[in-house]
Ligand binder design. Structure first.
Ligand code: ZN
Length: 587
């Protein structure tokens, strides 16, 4: 019976993953919404995005921006209402997730957000207005190889699966952790030791506490990660899979390994980071970057990979202003990523976004951890590991903890293996709590998307000057909240000898007068009359940035015509979109 194989062959979609994800039908509910009852593999996410792109063809574009280390397509979904203009002509909001392999919630938030936008595209006024005027670029699986390794195997890793010799013995990835007891989880090993630093809590011996916090007579242990010493160097699990941290691999303020472990051999050495920078360079309409990580239950803001003293104070005020809505809606704090004058991260994505593109970015660390989502069962005013066990036992049948079990270890002798499943009880929430975590992130994204600059051009006004000459006046206005240069950094450029500011980080808006009939005899950027006129940046409703103060400007051309003619104006702003007036006729 070959029907299954035949169907699979016919149904294999453009991105070429096998329909092993035969559970595709379970991934979307009947109404097209995505189920968040489990964490999704990249195959599932790509299949969902493909299904949604077929369900909402007028709102979506699905493209691959490159391939991962293992050759998986890196998919980005563009969402906007194409009836009101192409995505590239609207200010854009960029959201990704999962650059760090085990930070699976970041991918789920991005997936949830794209589903939310599409499901609410008809009946939600806020979403409808945003899709009419803004674009969203959403990339749930920044690092498909790493996230699938975490989901499908007992292994974990920081970022890409690209092998690295982390212990400098000439061999890469030779001493990962092992699931010795075969329960599917790499947990911990404990071995009874009179001098061991950790001891069993008398009331619940599953719990290990520091020796100084236990009464005399407790059983104490040496504790190791679960595994064997594969390379006989006396250490367990010190050279696992991978070792590069892709969020240290971006080109702005990159540093080599001795200052920044995990940075890679050179900036953008990884295909996933190189694809990201290419994408951002090619999409100059991106006005915000939200780079989704997990865990902690807060958001990192700029500055990130640079000393705080270098950071513009006006921009800091603007970032606080843009961040406030997140704390209001989630109750979670926004904290600076860099606070020390010299000790800071290097080569992060949001640093690249700010210094190279003038764009504000954030790193949300989703999922606050068990301290926040476990109820205080014993009512002592704090959530301790005892409460974790009470909740895990009652709500989840104990499924997120492997009970300590005796094991005859080849190197250590008798040990016990057990502990929390940190992937889903710590770093990520249990799948049962995933939906509650992801849905609370969306209001801030919509809020940010609505705060971009948004340029509009009025119909040209034609005024007769005599002698077949006409003055054509065009008024351009920024209706958005932020200035067209977004930030003070965006306004920076090079001063020429005659005092002009050129090569600004964010290019200034350009107004173009299209004409049929007639000749332009004055106006334009250069010494000769021309249709193209560069204007200064325009302020937005938000007064925090002060490089410019005018929200609108009127520019003029002189057109000579002995007969009828027609004109229309177009304004192009890198971050504020493209807008065209109607045609205006004379005679
Ligand atoms: Zn991270």
């Amino acid at each position: 019976m070959r029907t299954g194989a035949l169907l699979a062959a016919i149904a294999i979609p453009i991105f070429g993953y096998p329909l092993a994800a035969q559970r595709g039908d379970d991934l979307l509910d009947a109404d097209g919404s995505i189920s968040f009852d489990h964490f999704h593999t990249w195959q599932e996410v790509n299949l969902i995005m493909e299904r949604l792109s077929l369900r909402y063809p007028e709102l979506t574009e699905l493209e691959s921006i490159g391939r991962s280390y293992e050759g998986v397509e890196l998919l980005v979904m563009t969402i906007t209402n194409e009836a009101t203009g192409p995505a590239s002509e609207k200010p854009a909001f960029y959201l990704d997730g999962g650059i760090h392999a085990a930070e699976l919630t970041g991918s789920e938030v991005a997936l949830y957000t794209l589903g939310y936008l599409l499901e609410h595209s008809k009946n939600d006024a806020q979403v409808r207005a945003l899709l009419d005027t803004r674009s969203f670029y959403i990339r749930p699986k920044f690092n498909p190889d790493g996230s699938n390794l975490v989901l499908n195997t007992d292994q974990s890793l920081r970022s890409t699966v690209h092998p690295v010799d982390e212990d400098f013995d000439g061999i890469s990835d030779e001493d990962p952790g092992e699931d010795l007891d075969g329960d599917g989880w790499i947990t911990r090993m404990r071995q009874v030791s009179n001098s061991g630093p950790m001891c069993a809590q008398p009331e619940d011996p599953r719990i290990l506490v520091r020796r100084q916090d236990t009464p005399p007579g407790a059983t104490c242990y040496d504790v190791f990660p679960e595994g064997i010493d594969n390379d006989s160097d006396g250490r367990f699990s010190e050279d696992g899979i991978g070792g590069i941290d892709m969020n240290r691999n971006f080109p702005r303020n990159w540093e080599r390994w001795h200052l920044q472990p995990g940075s890679g051999d050179y900036p953008l050495s990884e295909p996933e980071t190189a694809a990201t920078v290419r994408f951002i360079n090619d999409h100059r309409n991106i006005a915000f970057i939200v780079h989704g990580h997990t865990s902690g239950g807060f958001v990192f803001r700029l500055p990130s990979a640079s000393p705080p003293s270098l950071f513009d104070t006006t921009d800091l005020a603007l970032i606080d202003d843009l961040s406030a809505f997140y704390s209001e809606t989630t109750g979670r704090p926004i904290i600076p990523s860099a606070t020390h004058p010299t000790n800071h991260r290097y080569g992060t994505l949001i640093s690249f976004g700010y210094w190279d593109h003038g764009v504000v970015g954030w790193v949300p660390e989703y999922s606050p951890g068990p301290e926040k989502w476990v109820p205080d069962a014993n009512g002592d005013g704090e959530v301790t590991e005892s409460d974790w066990h009470a909740y895990n036992d009652s709500a989840f049948d104990g499924s997120y903890f492997s009970p300590w079990t005796k094991f005859d270890h080849p190197e250590l002798g008798e040990v016990e293996i057990g502990g929390w499943h940190r992937k889903f009880w710590g770093q990520n929430p249990p799948a049962e709590l995933l939906l509650a975590e992801v849905e609370q992130q969306v209001p801030w994204f919509l809020h940010l998307a609505g705060r971009t600059p948004l340029v509009r051009v009025a119909e040209p006004v034609i005024q007769e000057l005599g002698n077949d000459r006409y003055r054509v006046s065009v008024t351009v206005r920024n209706d958005g909240d932020l200035a067209t240069h977004l930030t003070q950094r965006g306004y920076e450029g090079r001063r020429t000898d005659d005092g002009r500011l050129v090569q600004q980080v964010i290019a200034p808006p350009v107004v173009t007068l299209q004409h049929r009939g007639g000749t332009i005899v004055s106006g334009g950027d250069g010494p000769l009359p021309a249709s193209r006129m560069t204007i200064d940046h325009l302020a937005g409703a938000n007064g925090t940035t002060t490089a410019v103060t005018a929200r609108d400007v009127t520019v003029t051309w002189v057109v000579e015509s002995t007969g009828p003619f027609a004109v229309r104006a177009t304004v192009v702003s890198q971050k504020g979109g493209t807008h065209r007036s109607a045609w205006v006729r004379k005679r």
